[in-house]
Design a protein around this ligand. Structure first.
Ligand SMILES: Cc1ncc(COP(=O)(O)O)c(C=O)c1O
Length: 454
């Protein structure tokens, strides 16, 4: 245990040293640097570190225990007692209040994270990983993970990938940011509607965002022109409408890229979760020289891992690696190695299969409850669906307000358009969260909310 104390012992001698140590500990406890339950170093260790007699440290600990700052626990050493630092405790900001029924899209069920499998893989990795892995690495990421991903993406997503073309990133958002930076000052098309945050990421990287409308066949790739240098697409499951890119549109985008030398940035964020049909392969497989394929562990495992990957055409490898190196040198190694182990042991596939069944059941419950009264789109894949609102029906904000009064949170289509104005209305229902029981409780509440505004 490493303990930093603001303590000047040099000028003190004898009892002065003990008093200086007591003061330093007291201050650290009072201002919260040593919060309740923190275990202090043993008297022997602290004495050695501060070059004090062990008896001096023991006497200081005893004094602070007598004052109620410390507790001596038999067998577990000395810990900071619980009653101090009210100022610090009250200044701790509570997190935003979570609604009781959270059906906002974007997050998988955290309570279903495969903790056991992750732990097993972590143990194995830590027991076998060479010391070199704890040092600096290369911007492309660990070869163990890139090799595992190349095989996995080929078999599960139809992506043509060699480990040498893969760059491990801190989630999709970093992949998008690195790529967009290559198009600073140039036009990058993004689906309309799409995630506003991703539009901001592309703009901040210096590119000019142009809207590409999406309809019931997905993005209007037939409208792409030669002045656009790159297009960001969600072909497997358009975000947020949930439409799968029609084969004609897939061909159109591959053709546009070949003819104009444009780049397709393929965001395959939830391509693993396909329910009704055979998985739809990645567009990358059709035009590997023109597509930067991006995947993420955010839906299959959890966004907290911040693990994503790019499969790049050869000419982009150098520029993206240069950008990645200057962004953060490389993504942290241990998570990469654990994910690599999970893929190699097929634990990753097993988890996806189990999650697919769970989410499919949740989706069926949603359709079973609302499918007859409402038009629900995007249900063949992913973790969210779009409930279309009839024109002249209730406004999205009215539904949100009634939902909030019932402690229910959902998303709206409205927040995803490039420009405000007249647009079709809809609400987005995420079924990745909450936990199983809470989800079942949430559906009747959602039904009641919708019925009360119609
Ligand atoms: C459209 C879309 N793409 C990608 C992602 C994943 O992003 P990240 O890997 O940065 O978590 C999300 C997450 O919600 C998303 O909605």
């Amino acid at each position: 245990m490493d303990l930093h104390l603001d303590i000047e012992l040099g000028e003190h001698a004898g009892p002065g040293r003990r008093a200086a140590l007591e003061r330093a500990l007291r201050e650290a406890i009072q201002d919260g640097r040593l919060p309740p339950d923190t275990r202090l170093p043993s008297t022997r260790a602290l004495a050695a570190e501060l070059r004090l007699a062990r008896g001096t440290v023991s006497a200081a600990y005893d004094q602070l225990a007598a004052e109620g700052y410390l507790l001596a626990r038999t067998g577990s050493g000395t810990v900071v007692a619980g009653r101090q630092a009210p100022a610090v405790r009250s200044s701790r900001v509570p997190g935003p209040a979570r609604p009781r029924f959270d059906l906002r899209p974007g997050t998988p069920d955290g309570s279903a994270f495969p903790a056991e499998a992750w732990l097993r893989a972590t143990r194995k990795v830590l027991a076998t990983t060479p010391g070199e892995a704890y040092g600096y690495g290369e911007p492309e990421g660990r070869i163990e993970l890139r090799a595992g991903l190349a095989a996995y993406l080929g078999r599960a997503r139809g992506v043509l990938a060699d480990p040498g073309q893969i760059v491990v990133t801190s989630g999709y958002v970093q992949a998008l940011s690195l790529l967009a930076g290559l198009f600073a000052g140039q036009r990058v098309a993004m689906e309309d509607p799409c995630l506003g945050f991703h539009r901001d990421v592309v703009r901040r990287a210096g590119a000019e965002v142009v809207p590409l409308p999406a309809d019931e066949r997905g993005a209007r790739t037939d409208l792409l022109t030669g002045d656009v240098r790159a297009v960001v697409l969600t072909p497997a499951h358009q975000y947020p409408t949930g439409v799968t890119l029609h084969p004609e549109r897939r061909h159109a985008v591959a053709e546009w890229a070949r003819r104009h030398g444009g780049l397709v940035i393929e965001d395959d964020y939830d391509g693993e979760f396909r329910y009704d049909r055979q998985p739809v392969g990645a567009v990358q497989g059709m035009a590997p020289g023109h597509v930067a394929y991006a995947g993420t562990a955010s839906k299959t495992l959890g966004p907290a891992l911040r693990l994503g990957w790019l499969v790049l055409p050869g000419h982009l490898l150098g520029p993206v690696l240069d950008a990645k190196r200057h962004a953060d040198l490389h993504t942290e190694h241990i998570g990469q190695l654990v994910l690599a182990e999970l893929i190699a042991s097929h634990g990753y596939d097993r988890n996806i299969r189990a999650a697919r069944l769970r989410y499919r059941r949740r989706r069926d419950l949603l359709i079973g409850r609302l499918g007859e009264r409402y038009r629900i789109g995007g249900v063949s894949a992913g973790l969210h669906a779009l409930l279309h609102l009839p024109s002249g029906g209730p406004a999205e904000e009215d539904i949100l307000a009634v939902a909030a009064a019932h402690d229910l949170a959902i998303g709206t289509l409205g927040e995803h358009w490039h420009t405000p104005g007249e647009h079709p209305a809809g609400v987005i229902i995420g079924y990745g969260t909450p936990s199983e029981t809470r989800y079942r409780e949430a559906l009747p509440v959602l039904e009641k909310v919708l019925a009360s505004v119609h």
